[in-house]
Design a protein around this ligand. Structure first.
Ligand SMILES: Nc1nc2c(ncn2[C@@H]2O[C@H](COP(=O)(O)OP(=O)(O)OP(=O)(O)O)[C@@H](O)[C@H]2O)c(=O)[nH]1
Ligand SMILES: [Mg+2]
Length: 567
């Protein structure tokens, strides 16, 4: 048995929460559109759909919207017959919307039933971000008029607010003028109205009387080709204003139409149903667009994470190769090693005389502790340098890759210089890890030498010296050196191994070196993970979770089920 479909309001709340909760933080190609769409959907659910569904009989909210300076405020004042909203010569004049309703309808609009994000103010002087509510006895109950800011404003917040208000309308009264009825932005909104089936009336304002017929016919033709033939068209001719208001004969037809709508409960309900059905129906496609953008973000996030992971895996491999391949034994380390066991010549001549060599090493270790410490220091520096160089290269590679990946540049902006380097505490952390590793190696040597026979030898050699030899053995596991270095380092390996084998036996040496290498690998892994995490964290903070798109789609399916169950 399947669960009962959710109630429509619950399904809407769930969809709203899914969409609002999904971050679209990566600057992918579809991001800006998706952010706008997400905002529009969540706003329309809160501002219009939920309040309307919860009270189907609430007064009709008629939003007067349209081009900048088209005369929207003048029209509202003229319809009421009083100056309830400010008209003016400066653009834009209307920044905070003004809602005019019958006194009896005041409770329907004074709370946060519709447009809950806009705090209500009464009286004049309302600032941006508020909704001024004006009760009037001369407006019939059942109908409210909202004077909106300009849809094509130079002020972005005005444009956004105008769009939000239109989405909250039961009925749009769209005001344009003879001069600008073909402008692009208003037509984008009219197309939206068509797509959503919003109830619509169009006012062609400020028409020179001699051109009224021609312009009205042209606009009517445009409305027809846009699929908006059902929209009522009202033509208002350009006349001198009286008290800032239009002559009554020009506004009478629109006023009569609106008042008739207010008086006819069935007609009003039909308008509500039309807009409501259209808005609900539009959600599926709008949400699908958002889900696609979420998927695009998830894919982009994966590519970004993959490129960071690849760069740091390369670093890990590079370090491992450096550790096993003997490259660490060059230069300073090699010099200290030779100092540690004696001269290179001595080493070569004694390669096959392990017993004597052991004695010699023992003497060196007990008599001169300094070379063991020097060798350890040299090893430490050399390992640190390798770690740092590889970590730095990984950071550079990641930054370079991100520059050309979708969403990448946005994550780098600001401090990519710093990201291109190792993190500030890396050198210290790496040094600490290498030192700790050396400590671990010494512990391994100590515990390996726990049986009586080896302990005696070990004690005569000193743990530090034996540890240093294990470390050298770790670094010379597979050789891999070229040219003249082979002889020296090969000898080094041989000597290192033989010295140790003489103490512990060869199986023990192999296992010691293997464990020492594993321990170092784990430390390197930890260090690099920390470095990589700087990149991963940015992606995680910006990108939606993998399941976000499916969650939106599931919410749409639930909404669909709720609509069908309610129908
Ligand atoms: N002569 C004449 N002037 C008009 C008419 N309609 C509006 N105006 C003037 O045009 C200017 C703009 O009118 P508003 O009503 O403020 O226009 P609006 O569409 O509300 O403007 P915004 O709120 O800025 O988008 C004002 O100075 C009005 O007095 C008209 O029909 N005839
Ligand atoms: Mg205005």
């Amino acid at each position: 048995m399947t669960a009962a479909p959710p109630r429509l309001p619950d399904a809407l709340v769930a969809l709203r929460d899914r969409i609002a909760g999904a971050p679209l933080g990566l600057a992918t190609a579809g991001r800006d559109d998706a952010v706008r769409a997400a905002r529009a959907v969540t706003d329309q659910i809160d501002d219009y759909l939920l309040p309307r569904l919860l009270d189907l009989d609430a007064p009709l909210l008629t939003v007067v919207g349209g081009s900048t300076g088209a005369g929207k405020s003048t029209l509202v004042n003229s319809l009421i017959g009083a100056s309830v909203t400010t008209a003016g010569v400066l653009r834009p004049t209307t920044r905070a919307p003004v809602l005019v309703c019958a006194r009896a309808d005041l409770p329907a609009f004074s709370g946060d039933r519709v447009l809950p994000g806009l705090p209500r103010v009464t009286g004049s002087g309302s600032g941006p971000g508020t909704l001024q509510v004006v009760p009037r006895d001369d407006l019939p109950p059942g109908l409210a008029l909202l004077d909106a800011p300009d849809v094509d404003s130079v002020v972005e917040s005005n444009r956004e607010l105008a769009g939000q208000l239109l989405a909250a309308a039961d009925l749009w009264v769209f005001v344009t003028t003879a001069a600008r009825y073909a402008d692009a932005v208003p037509w984008d909104l009219l197309r939206t109205a068509q797509e959503r089936g919003t109830a619509l009336a169009v006012v062609l304002d400020r028409v020179p009387s001699e051109a009224a017929g021609e312009v009205a016919a042209d606009l009517a033709g445009m409305l027809r080709s846009a699929g908006l033939a059902a929209a009522r068209l009202f033509v208002i001719e350009e006349r001198p204003l009286r008290d800032g208001r239009l002559p009554d004969d020009q506004v009478a037809p629109l006023r009569t139409w609106l008042h008739a709508l207010a008086a006819d409960q069935e007609a009003r309900a039909a308008v509500v149903r039309q807009t409501l059905t259209g808005a609900l129906g539009s959600l599926e496609q709008r949400a699908a667009g958002i889900a696609a953008a979420l998927e695009e973000q998830v894919a982009a996030a994966e590519a970004l994470l993959d490129s960071a992971a690849a760069a740091y895996t390369t670093a890990y491999d590079g370090i491992d190769e450096g550790v096993r391949g003997g490259t660490l034994l060059r230069g300073e380390v090699l010099a200290r090693w030779q100092e540690f066991v004696g001269t290179g010549e001595w080493m070569r001549s004694l390669q096959h005389q392990v017993g004597r060599l052991r004695d010699r090493v023992a003497a060196a270790l007990t008599g001169r502790p300094a070379p063991a410490a020097d060798l350890q220091d040299a090893l430490e520096n050399s390992v640190e340098r390798l770690l740092r160089a590889e970590a730095e290269r990984a950071a550079e590679r990641t930054v370079t890759a991100w520059r050309s990946l979708p969403g990448g540049p946005g994550l780098l902006s600001g401090d990519d210089r710093q990201l291109e380097q190792v993190s500030p505490d890396f050198p210290e952390a790496a040094a600490a890890q290498v030192r700790d590793w050396q400590g671990t190696v010494l512990d391994l040597v100590r515990s390996e030498g726990a049986d009586k026979r080896s302990r005696a030898r070990l004690l005569s050699w000193g743990v530090n010296g034996a540890g240093a030899v294990v470390m050298v053995a770790v670094f010379a596991q597979t050789g891999g050196l070229t040219g003249g270095e082979i002889a020296v380092a090969g000898g080094t390996t041989a000597v290192g191994q033989r010295v140790l084998e003489a103490v512990f036996g060869d199986a023990a040496v192999r296992s010691l070196a293997a464990r020492a290498r594993e321990d170092l690998q784990a430390r390197v892994d930890g260090l690099l993970r920390y470095e990589q995490e700087r990149f991963d964290a940015r992606v995680r903070a910006a990108a939606p979770p993998r399941e976000a798109a499916e969650a939106v789609r599931a919410a749409v399916r639930d909404l669909d089920a709720a609509r069908r169950a309610g129908a």
